[in-house]
Ligand binder design. Structure first.
Ligand code: F6P
Length: 360
């Protein structure tokens, strides 16, 4: 086969370096063969299901290295609903395969996170040629040491903690910065360490409120007039960690707190009488331009994906392992999460610095 037509698709939550990565793929393909046609599928898998795409030109990929978001649009199409027909009875998987054939694609390049990778693997199993790229600010994709978007988000979350530091030092207060990450705490861990947080709470290390209070009191005894907690969206107490998924869901539905940080803040206030202030940078963590690290990473990954396609090596995610860009078989990636291991050396080093994880 001679590669003639390739389609690009961005799926799931956006992040800063999606455009930079697509640019890397497109530049590599056009550089090898200016006649290659590239289609841009609109709004993630939705576009592939319902047949929405636009024909891209080389100039569409110019000037987007520094542009956040995705020029193609994106959407969340949960993997678990892919086999369920839509409201009009449409078989989504069949529709995606038909469009793949109708558009005479030689390869589908999919940029996305964990859910996206499960669907990408399904399309591979269904006979489509697929190459994927690991996107997410959460850095939780198995098979790659790092995902693009992560470093840019670390910069933003760190900046939020830095800004809190200056105001915190002027008041005797406890501050909580809630960092994105429902299931995995890499972003909170990195932003917490780089922002100098005193307490870091991660989904992977359930906390005990007494341990948090103990750490805060110790700081008071040391003469520190403020404390900063970096709390992941998915931080969980030791008691709640024992609940089933549905029990936890019910608990949050009935909760008075908009998120875990408010609950922790209230508990600290009640136990210590200290003022607590909460900051939630939220989606700003996914916004703005990619940082230089991500631009380089995306360019490398994009180039490697382009080269795989030209060699007609399909069914891989392009990842980074030990600073080398490597193809990782999709069936190994799909369905796995790369979580923080409480035994990881970075956790031990942070503890050695005196950072509390609220566990003891
Ligand atoms: O997966 C990326 C992410 O930003 C998570 O960190 C966050 O928990 C989630 O997406 C938010 O999703 P949404 O944009 O759909 O609210």
């Amino acid at each position: 086969m001679n590669i003639k037509r390739v389609a690009l698709l961005t799926s799931g939550g956006d992040c800063q370096s999606l455009n930079a990565t697509m640019r890397g793929v497109a530049k590599t393909l056009y550089h090898a063969n200016p006649k290659i046609e590239i289609l841009g599928i609109l709004d993630g898998y939705k576009g592939l299901i319902y047949g929405n795409y636009r024909k891209m030109e080389s100039r569409d990929f110019s000037g987007i290295l520094t542009l956040g978001g995705t020029i193609l649009g994106t959407s969340r199409q949960p993997f678990k609903k892919m086999r369920t027909p839509d409201e009009n009875g449409l078989d989504k998987v069949k529709a995606m395969k038909e469009n793949y054939k109708k558009w005479k694609l030689d390869c589908l390049v999919i940029l996305g996170g964990n859910g996206t990778h499960k669907t990408a693997n399904l399309l591979r199993e269904e006979g489509c040629n697929v190459v994927t790229l690991p996107k997410t600010i959460d850095n939780d994709i198995w098979g790659t040491d790092i995902t693009f978007g992560f470093q840019s988000a670390v910069n933003i979350a760190t900046n939020a903690i830095d800004c809190i530091h200056t105001t915190a030092a002027s008041h005797s207060r406890v501050f909580i910065v809630e960092v994105m990450g429902h299931k995995v705490g890499w972003l909170t861990l990195y932003a917490g360490i780089s922002g100098g947080a005193d307490i870091i709470l991660l989904p992977e290390i359930p906390y005990d409120i007494d341990a948090i209070v103990k750490a805060l009191k110790r700081r008071e005894e040391e003469g520190k007039n403020f404390s900063i907690l970096a709390v992941a969206e998915g931080a969980i107490s030791k008691e709640d960690a024992k609940l089933s998924k549905s029990e936890l869901k019910k608990k949050w539905k009935e909760s008075l707190y908009p998120s875990i940080s408010y609950q922790i803040g209230n508990e600290i206030q009640e136990r210590m009488g200290t003022e607590v202030r909460i900051t939630v940078p939220g989606h700003t963590q996914r916004g703005g331009e990619p940082c230089p690290y991500d631009r380089v990473l995306s360019s490398r990954l994009g180039a490697a994906a382009g080269q795989l396609i030209l060699k007609e090596k399909f069914g891989y995610m392009v990842g980074v392992q030990n600073n080398e860009v490597v193809p990782v078989p999709l069936e190994e990636v799909a369905g796995k999460l790369k979580m923080v291991n409480p035994e990881d050396s970075i956790i031990q080093e942070a503890k050695a610095l005196g950072i509390s994880f609220g566990d003891k």
